[in-house]
Ligand binder design. Structure first.
Ligand code: HEC
Ligand code: HEC
Length: 368
């Protein structure tokens, strides 16, 4: 479907055909009405795994040169991102995409901007972040040997399972930790559960636009405001991706690793195409989540927009080059109402303190 569902409903509604559309949409498996949803209650994770995963998340020894931990690029004080448009990447590199928040990882259908990993498998995501040359550049075996030299980790491990620290399970513990991080107490959630005073009238107007005239809900739906699918909205390239050779290098290396044909001729981020090699996926990215935007500027896969006002203005003009979106003709007041609404999806700041790195000690010879 090329048009936004909200706008289609409007047009057909004027023609008295809404009922027909609803039936057709249900038949197409879309359900009655796409909508946002409040955050579901937190799932009880495995406490021993979460505790270990938290330690590992902040430990720089999980990176090749001891230079970066997950928290270097996913800093709790910066909405679990890094506050930069484009990630620095592993020391001496510069990455070509934005470092997204890890909040609500449990609700991601797919991970990464090009959607290349399955959201049901946070352990694999953690493994890729740790072993990938552009992020932590760590050899799995080396990581395992290093962590086995930390007696406090061995003791924490024993609370979880009765064996030695093992690489793949380290990744799973990190995955368990990040899936325990969720947006809580967002005003929208109270509103959606029936408290009509939880968000302002302006924000309520913004919500109506979000679901109606502005058509945002066709892609941004569910508890985190993402359908988990790939779309081309035509976000302009961040100039630094092509002007800074270090960023061009990480982009081309990512394409080469993915086996993208003719990758040397890429002149901007091709998104999902590098993974699928299907021409129709050029410039497609995963629908971003809309939770905690208050803390996660700048926005989009390359951080090219500093403010939500800029994001909404971008959609108002019908997105960028090659997108299937059409212009929205929202007034300035309507655009402001949309921004006011988007901010109601943010919760209390979730700050986890860095637990520090417990010291390594030489192993007793012959013990393991
Ligand atoms: C050097 C910076 C850096 C480090 C270190 C790093 N990340 Fe990332 N992370 C990124 C970037 C950049 C992306 C987006 C990459 C892409 O889409 O191509 C990302 C993506 C993610 C995502 C996907 C979020 C989404 O919405 O799709 C998760 C989850 C994540 N990282 C968790 C971690 C964990 C856990 C660690 C530690 C094991 C870690 N990261 C270490 C920079 C980093
Ligand atoms: C056709 C599907 C689609 C529609 C319709 C759509 N979006 Fe998006 N949205 C996306 C995709 C895909 C991205 C990520 C694009 C990228 O990074 O290149 C995104 C990104 C965003 C972001 C950035 C979030 C972040 O953390 O970087 C915001 C905010 C946003 N959209 C708000 C809206 C609003 C408001 C509307 C309605 C006016 C809307 N979107 C309509 C698909 C859509």
């Amino acid at each position: 479907m090329k048009w936004h569902r909200g706008r289609l409903t409007q047009t057909l509604g004027a023609m008295g055909l809404t009922a027909t559309l609803t039936v057709a949409a249900q038949a197409a498996g879309q359900g009655d009405m796409l909508d946002l949803a409040p955050m579901p209650p937190a799932k009880a994770g495995n406490p021993a795994m979460i505790e270990l995963g938290k330690q590992f998340f902040f430990d720089r020894r999980l990176s090749g040169d001891w230079g970066v931990s997950c928290a270097s690029c996913h800093d709790p004080a910066k909405g679990w991102g890094d506050g930069l448009a484009l990630s620095k990447g592993y020391p001496s590199m510069e990455y070509f995409r934005n470092s997204p928040t890890v909040l609500n990882a449990a609700h991601r259908k797919r991970f990464l901007w090009d959607g290349r990993l399955d959201g049901a498998d946070p352990g694999t995501l953690a493994r890729d972040m740790i072993t990938e040359a552009h992020t932590m550049n760590m050899d799995g075996r080396l990581m395992q040997e290093r962590l086995q030299q930390v007696p406090e980790y061995a003791a924490l491990w024993q609370k979880w399972r009765n064996d030695d620290i093992n690489g793949m399970r380290v990744f799973n513990a990190v995955g368990e930790f990040i899936t325990s991080l969720e947006t809580r107490n967002a005003p929208f959630d109270d509103f959606a559960k029936g408290d009509s005073t939880a968000i302002t009238k302006e924000a309520q107007h913004g919500y109506a636009l979000f679901k109606g005239k502005a058509g945002c809900v066709s892609c941004h739906n569910g508890p985190i405001g993402s359908d988990g699918k790939l779309h081309k909205t035509g976000v302009p390239e961040h100039p630094d991706v092509l002007n800074n050779p270090l960023r061009t290098i990480t982009m081309l290396r990512h394409y080469a690793t993915s086996g993208m044909p003719n990758y040397m001729s890429a002149r901007s981020d091709v998104g999902a195409y590098a993974i699928s090699k299907d021409e129709r996926d050029v410039g497609k990215f995963q629908t971003a989540q809309l939770r905690d935007l208050k803390y996660t500027a700048p926005y989009m896969h390359n951080g090219v927009f500093d403010t939500l006002e800029e994001v909404v203005a971008f959609y108002n003009q019908g997105g960028g080059e090659g997108s299937a979106l059409s212009p929205l003709t929202l007034s300035t007041a309507e655009q402001q109402a949309l921004v006011a609404f988007l901010l109601t999806l943010s919760g209390d700041p979730l700050i986890v303190e860095d637990p520090g790195q417990p010291d390594m000690q030489p192993r007793v010879f012959g013990k393991n």
